[in-house]
Ligand binder design. Structure first.
Ligand code: BGC
Length: 756
């Protein structure tokens, strides 16, 4: 009897406790119910607090309700070091060094969505381990000009390639309960005047070229947040751009996540409230000195917003929507009881960094140095006694610098060290600097500790390199750009397409004394190559992060067969690029629109995208130009031959699908991966269309002598253009060609079908 009473009492207590569990804390309840419940419990002050930063990289949750803070971090190549509360400078922690993954241009150059999934999973685990809510990345702004200082953080010039590559990254990160913040939405295609550029382009170009990767990240990747960019569109800052934020992103695409401002991208209160921004970060980012005192309360979305509500000038609908979105993100991340714990600098991550690097390196050229000799690469250590490495990028750390993507890597294998380690005692590896570039090695208090000073004159440096080259069996020139201002770095653009620091002179001098010269370009951008014909081998090496030297050595020595392909056109000259030949860059001062920056009036630069749709290879095709290397180009240590492309049906209807297949044979002596590219051509169209557009690709590994049938399936989305009068995607009936090849200028077979 007693037992029964006790049991009943316990049951009653338990059910009262259960009844008392607030809905927002009940993980079994759908997120939308929890969001609603949490919102209903919040005071006006708590809501206002939630929508703006409290420190450089964090914003409040609701402490009274146990709802955690939001902690953001850069992104996108590794988890940024911890910084001081109100400063950019690193906080000096000793447990925040991480794995640096290859830059996103390298990831795009793998043309392999599996590499992107591996990247997302690995960096997501590191972000989770470091207890971050939001990873500020990846970036998918289109490569409109090779001068953009931030191209290395993006995925190239093609909307289809970048869409395919961004989705697995997003999913991989978010599987860790960490939100991605896909950036910089939208049209932040130059760093010069990035705060006050107003791109002017037609709706069709916007939809077909500049938005698809963002749309894919939202609709296919399901990103939980997105970062609005600094620039304007249609004369309105992106942080208050009703059209791009409310109409397109939220209504049309159904985005239910959080729009976070780029750091300092917000300019006023009312416009921002209505314009669709949800979370304000980084206002007065210049060390918080440029703004008022008690700066976080003075954020545009802080006390000034509160005042408007209390004065009855504005309602709370927008505020509730912003908070609901932030709560939703918190339930998906910090309050997700199922999220894993993450890990950092694990063997798996280091190996992922190395593998992605190996798969992204592009062999641009590989000839024999002389008749009857084998191709210069890979280096045959059985026949090599002395390797000369020339160039600053062989010894320079590249994980530090370049802006917000700068990292504190637990280790970085320098290119020279990777080569030396791989060569071991098999040959002598000697080094010559060749030129002096950037001796700097510090970013926000993270120091490389490298001393890169050299007092020799440029002439002496070249003479020393040339002297050493005379006795070397092979010379590797390792140069390119770096992370200094006006190179591959945030906040400024490059000033020209040419290689900096006298490197052309060094390469020419080396080419004059040896035929066995391979040039390795470390960069996130195309560079001019006036010496291209005088050098038998050229390798595009990106910023490869922690394992940079190992990935490069793996490819140079032939342990790994290169398989990267260019995600952008390697222009021979700037005027091969539509943005420079026909469009405006950097733009002209707008007669009508004025800007505000840190409280000062600044000019706004109208920048006309007159080249329209003709970005990258689309412009090359239209004008029949010969770039140094075309979009999609990349060689292997083996060779492939292509058969005839076929379609499974000659006619399809509007909702039908067509599968295109081509046999590809490995005709060389070793296994290798080929990137088979499918470009669609609309034979007759009422609107002008690019000559062809990438609409499918597959990376396949093929054994020597083996033939693989490579297929892609195309549907209406691959055939459509955006009709801005109808405001809709249209696939016009008629003949379509599918051009299948190994690059945008190496088409092997074409097959046609009809859309009825
Ligand atoms: C950059 C963003 C970055 C943010 C925070 C801004 O200057 O444009 O990409 O995420 O700073 O560091």
């Amino acid at each position: 009897m007693k037992k029964t009473i006790l049991f009943a009492a316990v049951l009653a207590m338990a059910s009262t406790a259960m009844a008392q569990t607030p809905v927002y804390l009940d993980n079994a309840k759908p997120i939308e119910e929890r969001v609603k419940d949490a919102l209903s419990r919040m005071t006006l002050r708590e809501k206002i607090n939630m929508i703006h930063a409290q420190s450089k990289f964090s914003s409040p949750g609701v402490p009274r309700l146990g709802i955690p803070e939001v902690w953001t971090t850069d992104g996108p190549h590794g988890i940024r070091t911890e910084v001081l509360w109100d400063e950019w400078d690193q906080a000096g922690w000793t447990n925040d060094s991480i794995t640096a993954f290859p830059a996103l241009t390298c990831l795009a150059a793998t043309w392999d969505p599996e590499m992107s999934a591996l990247y997302g999973k690995s960096i997501g685990e590191e972000a989770r381990f470091r207890n971050k809510t939001v990873l500020l990345g990846p970036g998918v702004n289109i490569y409109r000009t090779p001068l953009n200082g931030r191209n290395f953080e993006y995925m190239g010039e093609d909307p289809y390639l970048s869409s395919q590559m961004v989705v697995p990254y997003v999913k991989g990160v978010q599987a860790n309960g960490v939100a991605t913040c896909v950036k910089h939405y939208a049209l932040n295609n130059n760093e010069l005047n990035r705060n006050n550029t107003n791109p002017i382009l037609d709706e069709r170009t916007l939809r077909e070229i500049y938005l698809p990767a963002f749309k894919a990240a939202v609709q296919e990747g399901g990103t939980w947040s997105i970062m609005c960019s600094y620039n304007l569109y249609g004369g309105k800052w992106l942080s208050e751009n009703d059209y791009l934020l409310n109409q397109v992103l939220k209504k049309e695409w159904g985005f239910d996540g959080v729009v976070i401002s780029d750091w300092g991208a917000v300019h006023n209160t009312e416009g921002t409230i209505k314009g669709g921004l949800d979370l304000e970060y980084g206002s007065w980012t210049n060390g918080l000195s440029g703004g008022p005192k008690n700066v976080y309360d003075s954020y545009f979305m802080a006390q000034p917003y509160m005042d408007l509500i209390q004065q009855g000038k504005i309602g709370t609908d927008e505020l509730n929507d912003k908070c609901s979105r932030i709560l939703r993100m918190i339930f998906r991340t910090g309050m997700n009881p199922n999220r894993p714990f993450g890990s950092i600098n694990s063997e798996a991550h280091i190996s992922a960094a190395r593998t992605i690097g190996q798969n992204g390196i592009v062999l641009l050229k590989n000839d024999a140095p002389a008749k009857k000799q084998p191709k210069l690469l890979p280096i045959d250590l059985n026949k090599t006694k002395k390797i000369l490495v020339v160039g600053e990028n062989a010894i320079k750390m590249m994980t530090v610098g370049g802006g917000s993507s700068s990292l504190k890597a637990q280790h970085e294998v320098l290119l020279l060290d990777g080569i030396k380690a791989r060569v071991g005692n098999a040959a002598e590896v000697v080094y010559e600097r060749g030129y002096l570039g950037d001796a700097g090695g510090e970013y926000n208090g993270v120091v490389t500790g490298q001393n890169l000073k050299d007092d020799r004159t440029p002439e002496k440096m070249i003479a020393d390199a040339v002297e050493a080259a005379k006795t070397a069996d092979i010379v590797l020139f390792i140069g390119g750009l770096n992370k200094a201002d006006h190179q591959d770095a945030e906040g400024a653009d490059r000033e020209h397409l040419a290689l900096p620091y006298n490197q052309d002179a060094v390469i020419n001098a080396l080419a004059a004394v040896t035929k066995k010269l391979a040039v390795v370009i470390v960069s996130g951008n195309a560079v001019e190559m006036p010496w291209v014909k005088n050098v038998p081998a050229i390798v595009q090496d990106w910023y490869l992060g922690s394992e940079a030297g190992n990935s490069l050595a793996d490819v140079l020595m032939g342990d790994v067969n290169p398989s990267g392909h260019l995600p952008f056109t390697y222009y021979a000259t700037l005027d091969q690029c539509g943005a420079h030949a026909e469009g405006e860059y950097p733009g002209t001062v707008s007669p009508t629109v004025k800007g505000q920056f840190f409280g000062h009036e600044v000019p706004v630069y109208d920048m006309k995208y007159n080249e329209g749709l003709f970005v990258g290879y689309r412009y090359i095709d239209k004008n029949n130009l010969k770039p140094t290397f075309p979009f999609g180009h990349g060689l292997s240590y083996t060779t492939f031959s292509y058969g005839k492309a076929t379609v499974d049906q000659k006619e399809i209807t509007a909702n039908g699908k067509v599968t295109v297949t081509i046999p590809v044979t490995n005709t060389g002596a070793r296994e290798g991966k080929e990137v088979v590219q499918f470009y669609v051509q609309d034979v007759q169209s009422s609107l002008v269309r690019p000559m062809k557009e990438l609409k499918g690709f597959k990376k396949v590994s093929i054994k020597p002598g083996e033939t693989v049938n490579v297929s892609v399936t195309l549907d209406k989305s691959a055939l459509s253009y955006y009709d801005d009068t109808k405001k809709a995607w249209v696939a016009e009936p008629g003949t379509f060609n599918v051009l299948v090849g190994a690059s945008s200028q190496d088409i092997k077979s074409t097959v046609a079908f009809e859309l009825k």
